[in-house]
Write a protein that binds this ligand. Structure first.
Ligand SMILES: *[C@@H]1O[C@H](CO)[C@@H](O)[C@H](O)[C@H]1NC(C)=O
Ligand SMILES: *[C@@H]1O[C@H](CO)[C@@H](O)[C@H](O)[C@H]1NC(C)=O
Ligand SMILES: *[C@@H]1O[C@H](CO)[C@@H](O)[C@H](O)[C@H]1NC(C)=O
Ligand SMILES: *[C@@H]1O[C@H](CO)[C@@H](O)[C@H](O)[C@H]1NC(C)=O
Ligand SMILES: *[C@@H]1O[C@H](CO)[C@@H](O)[C@H](O)[C@H]1NC(C)=O
Ligand SMILES: *[C@@H]1O[C@H](CO)[C@@H](O)[C@H](O)[C@H]1NC(C)=O
Ligand SMILES: *[C@@H]1O[C@H](CO)[C@@H](O)[C@H](O)[C@H]1NC(C)=O
Ligand SMILES: *[C@@H]1O[C@H](CO)[C@@H](O)[C@H](O)[C@H]1NC(C)=O
Length: 905
């Protein structure tokens, strides 16, 4: 039967076709018309079926593929960056060992955007190539795949910014038994990607099924250069082709490119990229005499004097490694060189896939979440799925944060190669479970969940370095067994409901434990045992030692927030603990004793001295839950305020002494200074300088006898003094100190009305910039607390600014931060006064200073106060800026007073 016509080429071509049609050979063909809704049979008797059963995503439309206005369906995969796969069955093919997989991609401006996409195409675990439809449209990719599983996945992955994959057809064809194997080293670890398949000497278009019963596409020759020397021959099918294992169809071998007039016959075959290529040259002796020629590859003789006898058929198979272009030249030796067909394949690795345990565990996890994670095919190869990280074919990280999991499913325990597991914010509740088998796990992030219990498996995660459990609902005590995690570097327990002492086993210099935002959690047993769990406090932070910092004795700092205080009073003591262990030792002990008598600048008093100084504790000047405050007089006549800590508020000896040591170093004219202390087995006593003027609050709101009339200029002076003290804490101290409790009752006045800030301590310290932030918490008195604290649970310098802004408003308005005295909308000072002051309205200014202030001075003070109490901490000014503005307001008021000769002070 004649299927195609004779053609004449350069006047010397006889083409005669002899094709034996193996009637409608279609065993094992699978032909998918992508996006089609019905099956059909094409002109070559190939039956096509819709692709819907093999893919689970994408949308369909039609295009005019060949310019004939016939609509051809296509499938495209819009708005997704995840891999999209077809699962193609390979088990139904008649020849199970090798299958040809061919996909055609066509854009044809289906979306009207005139932007042809570029995307990756992969087969199984092998990343093959990218399809660039602006280079060629349609584009055909063809692979020869060694069947190793029942299903092979053909996947497309969009490239950011380069449009979305689009596919028009997919075909699977069994390849002849035993063919192409040598190219693949007889191993299932390689696949071939077709680069060229040329029907030499033939010019009338591509030939395929049914001429090639395997439906390979043999391209016509004229597209390949140089073509000008080509000549075609054909001859009847009398060859014995059984020695050609690739089984090229007889019709293909019947034509040849023959060198008739020149010495060299050449194919220049450009390659898209460097790699290993497999080449097959087919020769069939169609000439009346034998011919011999040198086969040259890229200019070098590959085979000298290669001879083809008449009627003989031969193929030449070889692999070239690391080439990026290919020239095949046949150079005449005797009679005309010729060639009948050639094939060129790129050899690609098929990396081993991810273990099936891992794959099925991930599939179970995917099916247990409500969301489609888009996981298909191999998790790691050729590219990792979303949420997954891999090393080779091992899944080493998994990030499901933000996805509702509710519990840690047992299948997580099958992901044995995991090094990082991030399940923060996944609504996990109950206990931490099912992770005990993850022996390689180094980072575990379970933060922002509702976990209530540590469970019993964490201790077996022997390689764990980082364990983040912050913002959960963990209750009770921290299990001692966590100390078995010898690799642990960071344990974050912030914002849970934990209490009690931290196990000693966690107390080592290589481990940072963060504990703020818990009930009462610290390494100090005495404190935590004694405190009722309702008291919210926290913060023990162990900061690992820094190297080369001259501070080698400072290895561990335990800062702690004023638990003492928290209770109601607002005054708190915090402490810092220096462990003075040498670098080598594990700091398993809370530091060594410091010789009290050598404390810098502060004096260590005996209890007897204190008792006599206070005249046997005669005059009480304050009392709170932390202890009582007595007035005293030292032997040198200096007046002091003596604070005796209640039993339950006492610190461990080491802690207390270290605390004293650090407090003693903070000296500034606007900060109340520590004069000394007394430490006896039963008592812990702090001795402060005594400030006879009382607190700012007393002076503004106290009973009449205590109250001094505060003029505007005095108020500004107090503000400037306080700002100076705060500036010192924020900027001059190392480590920086956040006061945490700035309020009018903590601003004390001496007899010259100089203001000093009281009640600061190291609980508030911020560490140096390179160290870990020591977060702190203290319950500021209501009305002064930074509104951002409710969301961040952290007090910062800007929180002090807010509190100080409230003090400034008190000075301006002469009223308390929260007051039931007026109308309901004036209850909160900030909310009430800020709008007036921002608008330059002075109707909220304290009546008692009305008419005595310079408006510019007031305007500046009001403005800086309003800015300091901004909700958004970011836009609040720094203390230096506040101080500068207050100084200006102060000097303006001074000049105003001078010019009006108005004297109120
Ligand atoms: C297709 O198959 C039918 C019978 O199944 C046959 O009559 C017809 O000739 C075939 N067409 C081609 C182009 O092979
Ligand atoms: C497998 O082939 C048989 C006939 O050869 C066919 O009936 C069946 O539908 C095929 N199965 C698949 C999954 O293609
Ligand atoms: C696709 O090919 C066009 C034309 O050759 C080129 O400009 C473009 O950069 C290619 N796109 C990608 C993503 O490689
Ligand atoms: C074809 O050649 C092979 C060896 O190459 C030989 O075994 C076979 O008998 C030959 N067949 C015919 C029909 O000559
Ligand atoms: C292949 O041939 C082309 C044209 O003849 C030439 O430019 C190119 O350098 C050749 N490449 C090699 C590797 O010989
Ligand atoms: C080429 O090989 C043929 C037969 O193998 C031989 O007769 C001929 O002499 C050889 N020619 C050269 C130049 O080596
Ligand atoms: C938690 O996830 C939700 C979405 O599931 C997101 O809106 C929220 O911002 C996430 N919260 C945190 C703290 O990551
Ligand atoms: C855990 O997740 C939270 C929320 O995204 C993040 O802030 C934190 O840094 C993570 N922890 C670790 C140790 O990476």
């Amino acid at each position: 039967m004649e299927l195609f016509q004779c053609c004449y080429l350069f006047g010397f071509l006889m083409l005669f076709s002899y094709i034996q049609l193996t009637s409608c050979y279609q065993d094992g063909f699978l032909s998918l018309s992508c996006g089609a809704s019905t099956s059909f049979i094409d002109g070559s008797n190939i039956s096509w079926i819709p692709d819907g059963a093999f893919v689970n995503s994408g949308q369909t439309t039609t295009i005019d593929l060949d310019g004939t206005s016939t609509n051809v369906p296509i499938r495209f995969f819009p708005d997704s960056q995840t891999r999209k796969c077809y699962n193609l069955p390979t088990n139904n093919l008649s020849s199970p060992s090798l299958v040809l997989v061919r996909a055609q991609f066509a854009y044809k401006n289906y979306d009207g955007l005139s932007k042809p996409p570029t995307f990756f195409v992969s087969l199984g675990t092998a990343l093959s190539t990218n399809v660039n439809l602006s280079k060629k449209d349609p584009w055909i990719e063809e692979f020869i795949w060694p069947v190793n599983k029942d299903v092979v996945s053909l996947c497309f992955q969009s490239i950011q910014g380069s449009g979305y994959p689009v596919v028009s057809s997919i075909e699977l064809r069994p390849m002849p038994q035993g063919s192409y194997r040598s190219a693949m080293n007889d191993s299932p670890d390689y696949l071939l990607r077709s680069v060229y398949r040329i029907n030499c000497g033939y010019i009338d278009g591509p030939l395929r099924y049914p001429i090639d019963q395997y439906d390979r596409i043999w391209d016509a020759d004229e597209d390949f250069t140089p073509f000008h020397v080509s000549t075609g021959f054909d001859i009847q099918n009398i060859f014995n082709l059984s020695n050609l294992i690739e089984s090229p169809p007889t019709a293909i071998l019947q034509t040849a490119r023959v060198l008739a007039r020149w010495n060299e016959l050449t194919y220049n075959l450009p390659l898209d990229h460097q790699g290993d290529y497999h080449i097959i040259l087919y020769f069939a002796g169609i000439l009346p005499v034998s011919s011999s020629f040198d086969v040259m590859i890229n200019g070098n003789i590959f085979q000298a004097n290669y001879t083809i006898q008449t009627w003989e058929s031969k193929d030449m198979l070889f692999t070239l490694k690391e080439i990026n272009s290919l020239n095949i030249t046949l150079r005449k030796v005797g009679y005309f060189p010729f060639i009948n067909a050639l094939e060129v394949y790129e050899i690609l690795d098929i990396p081993p896939g991810t273990s099936s345990t891992t794959v099925s565990a991930l599939q179970i996890i995917q099916s247990s979440v409500a969301l489609d994670l888009g996981w298909q095919d191999d998790p790691c190869l050729p590219m990792p799925w979303d949420h997954i990280g891999c090393e080779g074919n091992f899944v080493t990280s998994l990030d499901l944060s933000g996805i509702q999991l509710r519990s840690i499913n047992p299948t997580f325990g099958d992901l044995l190669d995991l090094k990082t597991l991030d399940l923060h914010n996944t609504s996990l509740a109950g206990e931490i479970q099912n992770l005990g088998s993850l022996q390689h796990l180094e980072r575990l992030n379970l933060s922002f969940n509702q976990l209530t219990s540590f469970g019993s498996e964490l201790e077996s995660l022997t390689n764990l370095k980082i364990l983040d459990l912050r913002n959960n609902s963990l209750e009770g005590i921290v299990p001692d067994s966590l100390g078995e995690l010898q690799e642990l570097k960071l344990l974050n327990l912030e914002n849970n409901k934990l209490q009690g002492p931290l196990p000693r086993s966690l107390y080592r210099k290589s481990l940072e434990v963060r504990t703020s935002g818990n009930m009462c959690l610290s390494f100090s047993t005495t404190l935590c045992n004694q405190f009722p769990s309702t008291i919210e406090t926290p913060q023990v932070t162990v900061v690992p030692p820094k190297k080369g910092k001259g501070l080698n004795h400072l290895e561990i700092i335990v800062g702690s927030v004023g638990f003492i205080v928290l209770a109601l009073f607002g005054i708190s003591i915090a402490f810092i603990l220096y462990s003075r262990k040498k670098k080598s030792g594990m700091a398993s002990k809370a530091g060594t004793k410091t010789d009290a008598s050598t404390q810098n600048a502060v004096k260590a008093f005996s209890y007897k001295e204190i008792r006599s100084a206070t005249n046997n504790f005669k005059e009480v000047i304050g009392c709170g839950s932390f202890g009582s405050m007595y007035k005293g007089k030292l032997q040198d006549g200096k007046q002091v305020a003596v604070k005796i800590l209640f039993d339950k508020c006492q610190l461990s000896a080491d802690t207390f002494l270290n605390e004293m040591s650090l407090l003693s170093q903070i000296r500034h004219q606007n900060l109340v200074s520590l004069e000394g202390f007394c430490h006896s087995p039963k008592q812990q006593i702090l001795v402060y300088e005594y400030l006879p003027g009382g607190s700012l609050a007393d002076n503004l709101y106290g009973s009449n006898c205590k109250k001094v009339k505060l003029s505007w200029v005095r108020r500004l002076k107090i503000a400037v003094d306080t700002a100076k003290g705060l500036d010192y804490l924020h900027h001059r101290c190392d480590p920086r100190i956040i006061h945490q409790s700035v309020k009018s009752s903590n601003i004390l006045l001496d007899d010259e009305m100089n203001a000093k800030l009281a009640d600061f301590g190291l609980r508030k310290q911020e560490v140096k910039p390179d160290a870990t932030l020591v977060t702190t918490f203290a319950k500021s008195s209501s009305g002064y607390l930074d509104p951002e604290y409710h969301s961040t649970r952290q007090l910062t310098e800007k929180s002090d600014i807010y509190s100080f802004g409230v003090v400034l408003l008190e000075l301006i308005c002469g009223r308390e931060p929260l007051s039931h005295a007026g109308s309901p909308d004036s209850f909160n000072l900030v909310l009430w006064a800020k709008p007036y002051l921002q608008a330059g309205g002075f109707e909220v200014v304290d009546e008692s200073i009305n008419g005595t202030f310079d408006e510019e001075s007031m305007r500046r003070a009001a403005l800086i106060a309003s800015r300091s109490v901004e909700r958004d901490a970011m836009i609040r000014p720094s203390i230096s800026e506040v101080l500068a503005e207050l100084k200006k307001a102060y000097s303006i008021q001074i000049s105003y007073l001078a010019s009006t000769e108005f004297t109120s002070t």
